[in-house]
Design a protein around this ligand. Structure first.
Ligand SMILES: [Zn+2]
Length: 207
Protein backbone atom coordinates (compact mmCIF):
# COMPACT_ATOMS: atom_id res chain seq x y z
CA UNK A 1 0.00 0.00 0.00
CA UNK A 2 1.34 3.45 -0.91
CA UNK A 3 1.12 6.45 1.42
CA UNK A 4 -1.48 8.03 -0.90
CA UNK A 5 -3.65 4.89 -0.83
CA UNK A 6 -3.28 4.62 2.95
CA UNK A 7 -4.16 8.30 3.41
CA UNK A 8 -7.33 7.95 1.38
CA UNK A 9 -8.45 4.90 3.39
CA UNK A 10 -7.59 6.42 6.79
CA UNK A 11 -9.49 9.62 5.97
CA UNK A 12 -12.52 7.60 4.90
CA UNK A 13 -12.43 5.52 8.11
CA UNK A 14 -11.74 8.50 10.39
CA UNK A 15 -14.62 10.47 8.90
CA UNK A 16 -16.93 7.47 9.35
CA UNK A 17 -15.82 6.84 12.95
CA UNK A 18 -16.28 10.54 13.76
CA UNK A 19 -19.82 10.47 12.38
CA UNK A 20 -20.59 7.45 14.57
CA UNK A 21 -19.33 9.18 17.74
CA UNK A 22 -16.16 7.13 18.21
CA UNK A 23 -13.59 9.83 17.32
CA UNK A 24 -15.12 13.16 18.30
CA UNK A 25 -13.16 16.41 18.11
CA UNK A 26 -9.46 15.68 17.62
CA UNK A 27 -9.60 12.38 19.55
CA UNK A 28 -8.27 9.03 18.33
CA UNK A 29 -5.67 7.90 15.80
CA UNK A 30 -5.60 5.44 12.92
CA UNK A 31 -2.54 3.78 11.42
CA UNK A 32 -1.54 1.21 8.81
CA UNK A 33 1.80 -0.42 8.01
CA UNK A 34 3.26 0.65 4.66
CA UNK A 35 6.35 -1.59 4.85
CA UNK A 36 7.90 -3.92 7.44
CA UNK A 37 11.61 -3.76 6.68
CA UNK A 38 12.33 -1.02 7.34
CA UNK A 39 9.14 -0.30 9.28
CA UNK A 40 7.12 2.53 7.73
CA UNK A 41 3.71 3.47 9.06
CA UNK A 42 1.00 5.85 7.84
CA UNK A 43 -0.79 7.51 10.78
CA UNK A 44 -3.16 10.40 11.46
CA UNK A 45 -1.25 13.48 12.64
CA UNK A 46 -1.66 15.23 15.99
CA UNK A 47 -4.63 17.54 16.69
CA UNK A 48 -6.58 16.73 13.53
CA UNK A 49 -10.32 17.44 13.65
CA UNK A 50 -11.73 14.04 12.70
CA UNK A 51 -14.82 15.62 11.20
CA UNK A 52 -12.69 17.57 8.69
CA UNK A 53 -9.91 15.24 7.68
CA UNK A 54 -7.97 15.36 4.43
CA UNK A 55 -5.25 13.07 3.00
CA UNK A 56 -2.53 15.70 3.56
CA UNK A 57 -2.95 15.19 7.32
CA UNK A 58 -1.80 11.57 7.16
CA UNK A 59 1.87 11.28 8.11
CA UNK A 60 4.55 8.72 7.40
CA UNK A 61 6.70 7.71 10.40
CA UNK A 62 9.51 5.25 11.04
CA UNK A 63 9.93 2.59 13.75
CA UNK A 64 10.70 5.29 16.37
CA UNK A 65 7.72 7.43 15.40
CA UNK A 66 9.89 10.03 13.67
CA UNK A 67 8.32 11.96 10.81
CA UNK A 68 9.67 11.04 7.40
CA UNK A 69 10.10 13.34 4.44
CA UNK A 70 7.25 14.02 2.09
CA UNK A 71 4.64 14.60 4.77
CA UNK A 72 4.11 17.68 6.94
CA UNK A 73 2.67 17.89 10.43
CA UNK A 74 3.37 16.57 13.90
CA UNK A 75 3.05 12.89 14.89
CA UNK A 76 0.74 12.36 17.86
CA UNK A 77 2.26 11.17 21.15
CA UNK A 78 -0.01 8.14 20.77
CA UNK A 79 2.06 7.07 17.75
CA UNK A 80 4.32 5.21 20.21
CA UNK A 81 1.44 3.00 21.34
CA UNK A 82 0.50 2.24 17.72
CA UNK A 83 4.08 1.17 17.02
CA UNK A 84 4.08 -1.04 20.12
CA UNK A 85 0.88 -2.82 19.01
CA UNK A 86 2.31 -3.22 15.49
CA UNK A 87 5.39 -4.89 16.98
CA UNK A 88 3.90 -6.89 19.87
CA UNK A 89 0.66 -8.04 18.21
CA UNK A 90 2.10 -8.32 14.70
CA UNK A 91 -0.67 -5.96 13.56
CA UNK A 92 -0.79 -4.43 10.09
CA UNK A 93 -3.29 -1.73 11.13
CA UNK A 94 -4.17 -0.16 14.51
CA UNK A 95 -7.31 1.80 15.39
CA UNK A 96 -7.64 3.98 18.51
CA UNK A 97 -11.12 5.31 19.35
CA UNK A 98 -12.53 7.43 22.20
CA UNK A 99 -16.17 6.34 22.42
CA UNK A 100 -18.48 6.91 25.38
CA UNK A 101 -18.94 3.19 26.07
CA UNK A 102 -15.25 2.26 26.02
CA UNK A 103 -14.60 5.22 28.33
CA UNK A 104 -17.35 4.23 30.77
CA UNK A 105 -16.56 0.48 30.84
CA UNK A 106 -12.80 1.03 31.14
CA UNK A 107 -13.46 3.07 34.26
CA UNK A 108 -15.97 0.67 35.79
CA UNK A 109 -13.82 -2.47 35.27
CA UNK A 110 -10.41 -0.96 35.92
CA UNK A 111 -10.04 -2.38 39.46
CA UNK A 112 -10.35 -5.93 38.03
CA UNK A 113 -7.81 -5.21 35.23
CA UNK A 114 -10.52 -5.88 32.66
CA UNK A 115 -13.67 -7.86 31.96
CA UNK A 116 -14.93 -10.71 29.79
CA UNK A 117 -17.54 -10.56 27.05
CA UNK A 118 -19.20 -13.86 26.18
CA UNK A 119 -22.36 -15.28 24.67
CA UNK A 120 -22.92 -12.57 22.06
CA UNK A 121 -23.38 -13.45 18.37
CA UNK A 122 -21.38 -10.37 17.36
CA UNK A 123 -18.23 -11.91 18.88
CA UNK A 124 -18.02 -13.92 15.65
CA UNK A 125 -16.96 -10.72 13.88
CA UNK A 126 -13.60 -10.94 15.67
CA UNK A 127 -10.85 -12.63 13.65
CA UNK A 128 -10.66 -16.38 14.40
CA UNK A 129 -13.82 -16.53 16.53
CA UNK A 130 -16.29 -19.18 15.31
CA UNK A 131 -18.98 -19.24 17.98
CA UNK A 132 -20.98 -16.96 20.24
CA UNK A 133 -19.75 -19.13 23.13
CA UNK A 134 -16.33 -17.49 22.80
CA UNK A 135 -15.08 -15.64 25.88
CA UNK A 136 -13.24 -12.43 24.95
CA UNK A 137 -11.11 -10.84 27.65
CA UNK A 138 -10.93 -7.04 27.44
CA UNK A 139 -7.90 -5.80 29.43
CA UNK A 140 -7.95 -2.33 31.00
CA UNK A 141 -4.71 -0.44 31.65
CA UNK A 142 -4.39 2.80 33.61
CA UNK A 143 -4.20 5.98 31.56
CA UNK A 144 -0.86 7.77 31.45
CA UNK A 145 0.32 10.92 29.64
CA UNK A 146 3.75 9.27 29.42
CA UNK A 147 3.19 7.25 26.25
CA UNK A 148 6.45 5.32 26.67
CA UNK A 149 5.19 4.02 30.02
CA UNK A 150 1.79 3.23 28.54
CA UNK A 151 3.49 1.37 25.67
CA UNK A 152 5.43 -0.77 28.17
CA UNK A 153 2.18 -1.65 29.94
CA UNK A 154 0.45 -2.48 26.65
CA UNK A 155 3.35 -4.70 25.63
CA UNK A 156 3.08 -6.66 28.89
CA UNK A 157 -0.65 -7.20 28.31
CA UNK A 158 -0.12 -8.30 24.68
CA UNK A 159 2.63 -10.74 25.62
CA UNK A 160 0.53 -12.22 28.43
CA UNK A 161 -2.65 -12.49 26.31
CA UNK A 162 -1.74 -12.74 22.63
CA UNK A 163 -5.27 -13.97 21.79
CA UNK A 164 -7.00 -10.64 22.58
CA UNK A 165 -8.41 -8.37 19.84
CA UNK A 166 -8.36 -5.08 21.73
CA UNK A 167 -7.56 -3.32 24.98
CA UNK A 168 -8.95 -0.33 26.88
CA UNK A 169 -7.13 2.58 28.48
CA UNK A 170 -8.96 3.79 31.59
CA UNK A 171 -11.35 6.73 31.07
CA UNK A 172 -9.69 7.21 27.68
CA UNK A 173 -10.64 4.76 24.94
CA UNK A 174 -9.86 1.60 23.00
CA UNK A 175 -7.04 0.20 20.88
CA UNK A 176 -7.83 -2.57 18.43
CA UNK A 177 -5.91 -3.94 15.45
CA UNK A 178 -5.90 -6.50 12.66
CA UNK A 179 -3.95 -8.37 9.99
CA UNK A 180 -5.00 -5.66 7.51
CA UNK A 181 -6.89 -2.36 7.45
CA UNK A 182 -10.24 -3.96 6.73
CA UNK A 183 -9.95 -6.39 9.66
CA UNK A 184 -8.88 -3.64 12.06
CA UNK A 185 -11.81 -1.45 10.97
CA UNK A 186 -14.21 -4.37 11.41
CA UNK A 187 -12.85 -4.92 14.92
CA UNK A 188 -13.71 -1.32 15.77
CA UNK A 189 -17.32 -1.88 14.68
CA UNK A 190 -17.63 -5.23 16.45
CA UNK A 191 -16.01 -4.14 19.72
CA UNK A 192 -17.84 -0.81 19.85
CA UNK A 193 -21.11 -2.70 19.37
CA UNK A 194 -20.21 -5.19 22.11
CA UNK A 195 -19.12 -2.46 24.55
CA UNK A 196 -22.40 -0.62 24.08
CA UNK A 197 -24.44 -3.81 24.39
CA UNK A 198 -22.61 -4.89 27.56
CA UNK A 199 -22.81 -1.41 29.07
CA UNK A 200 -26.52 -0.95 28.39
CA UNK A 201 -27.35 -4.47 29.62
CA UNK A 202 -25.45 -3.88 32.84
CA UNK A 203 -27.38 -0.68 33.49
CA UNK A 204 -30.62 -2.72 33.58
CA UNK A 205 -29.36 -4.68 36.59
CA UNK A 206 -26.66 -2.67 38.37
CA UNK A 207 -24.67 -4.74 40.84
ZN1 LIG B 1 -6.38 8.67 22.85
Amino acid sequence: MTLAEAAEELVRLGTDFHRRGWMLGTSGNLSVVLSRDPLRVAITGSSIDKGRMNPGQILEVDAEGKLLGGTEGRPSAETLLHLEVIRSAGAEAVMHTHSVWTTVLSDYHHSRDGFAIEGYEMLKGLEGVQTHEHREWIPVVENNQDMSALAVEARAVLLKRPEIHGLLVRRHGMYTWGKDLRTAARHVEILEFLMEAVGRRQMMEPT
